[in-house]
Write a protein that binds this ligand. Structure first.
Ligand SMILES: Nc1ncnc2c1ncn2[C@@H]1O[C@H](COP(=O)(O)OP(=O)(O)O)[C@@H](O)[C@H]1O
Ligand SMILES: [Mg+2]
Length: 344
């Protein structure tokens, strides 16, 4: 658990803020200033939560509803760009279509001149990227659970025609002590039914380390299986602590995704889990899991198999233990008989 989150009570229902020590001293920052200027009557800004390529995300308190929310503001350097504002609008509309326990829900969206923002559920926890920075790698059980959560999130998004295209540790939030995984940042997602298939809408989006071979080649017909590949990269990363491919330039990295076989996962975790991750990483999308649901089922089957083995192992050890006890009792009986015989 990230202790820097501990001082905020996500369920606080008081308006008696600021409480000493809860709100960090405001630093001059365009995004924060805009937020206060335009939304200060409705939201009390607590602190910055994080920032990515597009936006700065703040923790804020919804004054009327007495709840904490996360507000993402388009960064100052993009605020003047019509294209970036449109992308932000698309992100909001895309997220608004989706409803799943493993996808961060959107509350509202607004724009006032250059100031564009998205209000969403605040996920009280840490991003997977922060978690990986702290722990380097995760246990096989946790990798399986997080992959399953995300496979279900993707399955739901894909059924709604949305391909995320930017799956990476920074865009995954782990909520509370259970570490329930939630997918966020549909900033470069593709709406298959509505987006015109254009080179600029499907090429070079996403983060090169997680890019599927078809994304890397600029294939115009990207589908959900591209996200399944990126999930494989994520699984590889969580299990081993390093990404399957690295390269000094975008082109070098793209070429490796297209041509190179990923390093073997042998010994990095249980064979079943490694085989699932390797299947996600297949170069040819026909060789991957077809859907998030199919992937989640394969991950569930691992758990069922594990439980079956541990149950039967327990039973066989009980049986073995029982047999050993009988054998010992027989030996003791024989010894007693032998002792009696020698004393006659
Ligand atoms: N709903 C949220 N709750 C808590 N933290 C969040 C939330 N959304 C984003 N963050 C934090 O802000 C960072 C950037 O958010 P993201 O939506 O990925 O921005 P960008 O589109 O600029 O990449 C995330 O990596 C995470 O640390
Ligand atoms: Mg992001």
């Amino acid at each position: 658990m990230n202790t820097s989150f501990a001082f905020v009570d996500p369920f606080a229902d008081t308006l008696e803020l600021p409480v000493s020590g809860e709100i960090e001293a405001p630093r001059p920052m365009w995004e924060r200033d805009q937020l206060v200027e335009h939304l200060g009557a409705h939201y009390q800004i607590v602190r910055e939560l994080g920032r990515g390529g597009m936006g700065v995300v703040f923790l804020a308190r919804d004054i009327a509803l007495h709840r904490l929310v996360a507000i993402k503001v388009l960064r100052q350097e993009f605020a003047g760009s019509v294209e970036h504002r449109e992308r932000f609008r698309r992100e909001a509309r895309m997220t608004a279509r989706l409803s799943h326990p493993n996808i961060v829900p959107l509350h509202s969206f607004g724009e006032m001149d250059d100031f564009v923002y998205i209000v969403m559920k605040y996920v009280h926890g840490a991003s997977l990227a922060e978690r990986m920075r702290r722990e380097k790698k995760l246990s096989a059980g946790e990798v399986r659970r997080i992959l399953r959560d995300l496979a279900l999130a993707l399955d739901s998004a894909h059924r709604d025609g949305v391909v995320h295209r930017d799956l990476k540790a920074e865009n995954i939030l782990l909520e509370g002590p259970s570490g329930h995984a939630m997918l966020t940042d549909f900033g470069v997602a593709l709406l298959r039914s509505l987006d015109p298939v254009r080179a600029d809408s499907s090429h070079a989006f996403g983060t090169p380390h997680y890019m599927s071979p078809e994304q890397a080649t600029g294939d115009l017909d990207i589908d959900g299986r591209s996200d399944i590949y990126s999930l494989g990269v994520l699984g590889f990363y969580m299990l081993t602590g390093s990404l399957p491919f690295d390269g000094s330039t975008f082109e070098a990295l793209a070429a490796r995704h297209i041509v190179d076989a990923p390093p073997s996962l042998e010994g990095a975790g249980p064979a079943g889990l490694c085989a699932i991750i390797e299947r996600c990483l297949a170069k040819n999308r026909d060789d991957r899991f077809r859907t998030g649901e199919e992937l989640a089922e394969a991950l569930d089957a691992l758990e069922v198999r594990k439980r079956w083995f541990s149950k039967h192992a327990a039973r066989s050890s009980w049986l073995f233990g029982g047999r050993a006890a009988i054998a010992l009792a027989m030996l003791a009986g024989l010894a007693r008989a032998a002792a009696r015989w020698t004393t006659i």
